[in-house]
Design a protein around this ligand. Sequence first.
Ligand code: GLN
Length: 485
Amino acid sequence: MTVHDLTVHELHDRLRGRELSAVELAEALFDRIEATDGTLGAYLAVCRDQGMEDARRADARLAAGDVSSKLLGIPVALKDVFLTEGVPTTCASKILGGFTPPYDGTAVRRLKEAGAVLLGKTNMDEFAMGSSTENSSFSITRNPWDLDHVPGGSSGGSAAAVAAGQCIAALGTDTGGSIRQPASFCGVVGLKPTYGRVSRYGVVAYASSLDQVGPMTRDVTDCALVLQAIAGHDPADSTSVDVPAPDYAAALTGGVKGLRIGVPREYFAAGLQPEVEQAVREGIGEMEKAGAVVTEVSLPRNDYAVAAYYVIAAAEASSNLARYDGMRYGPRAQAEDLTSTYMKSRAQGFGHEVKRRIMLGTYVLSAGYYDAYYLKAQKVRTLLKQDMESVLSGCDAIVTPTCPTTAFKLDELTHDPLQMYLSDILTISVNLAGLPALSLPCGFDHAGLPIGMQVIGRPFDEATILRLGYAFEQATDWHRRRPGT
Ligand code: GLN
């Protein structure tokens, strides 16, 4: 295997043993991006000068004997939703054109303090709205396992980059599945932490009561290491919770004997690709062999999750996106008065899907409709949360498929937004309930596209789902497969 195919922990050992320098590693990754990104389109911006500077600093720390951080010298990519000092942040939207943030978001700052090397910013659906990265205003991203397929979304660029060896680890955000679904489609590990576990300061807001930042990596160990670096309370984000983060890497090896896994029958319903069902059931079998106790459970109201989510997420988005008015960020349209300037700037700056969400969100919040839609969706959210809590009071984790299907074809669903929304049916309840969930590679379909298995945990118990994921990885080798690109 070449260096770009290795994991964070493998590379840490090589850097530490001085078999490889951070500068050599960064150069290898930048060359890899240059050679492959014309085809894949995972990156919106590559910051070679800044990254090489980060790498030189990492080498200086290594030379001084500083090996405390496992991320020291590790090349990472960031979804273009994270504010990065001196590097443009677009959210894949024209409305943020020309915007260069004056500071780093907290998760970015923590990664940099840990010594990570920033390679660039990855493609995404505009403002994280979508499931295929096709809503990017700039370009499409291809799935490295089959270039005619989508990488998933909205963190599709990050997932494709991790899968294709264009970075070693990446950050994404997950509002309704945007870390887990692309992780599943690209055969990588993705974790959506508990709401409040990771600071959202310096992350462009989509739906503030649902958004979470999380790692996308090649294996569970790496996922634990990246989570460790970014988790924890941040006074700059009032929704970040002051619960101490345990040592996630140390918790991996505890074994899963006696852990109780619930398998919800409604998540294996009509519409599920048979190969996905088979791979996930086999995956559950592996956990059982490792000592977990498996029982069937019920989450009877999951059918309402998509509807409730698209009301709540759109409502919050319509409010969050009000700030893009051509005055504070991005290009300003020429018009005769202030109101027309706002209107024209927004009409020109936002893409179709974002406009659809703003209109839907404004509608469900408007007088006369608020009770019928927004308030009702909030009540459904409470019921879904209660269902999850009641199942999790009897088990340590819930295991399901991450998505009903493997990656769909480019352009297959772009003309059918409802069908696209339905691709989130198995990931959305987790966000509505604020829970942590992991997606793990667990097989391939007949066409060679990856399948993902979702492990949902109790609030702030990322350690247990990572432990289950680790036990699964010990028994299988899906996470070692790399695409041919
Ligand atoms: N696909 C969902 C949406 O479009 C989820 C996106 C996300 O998690 N950011 O809203």
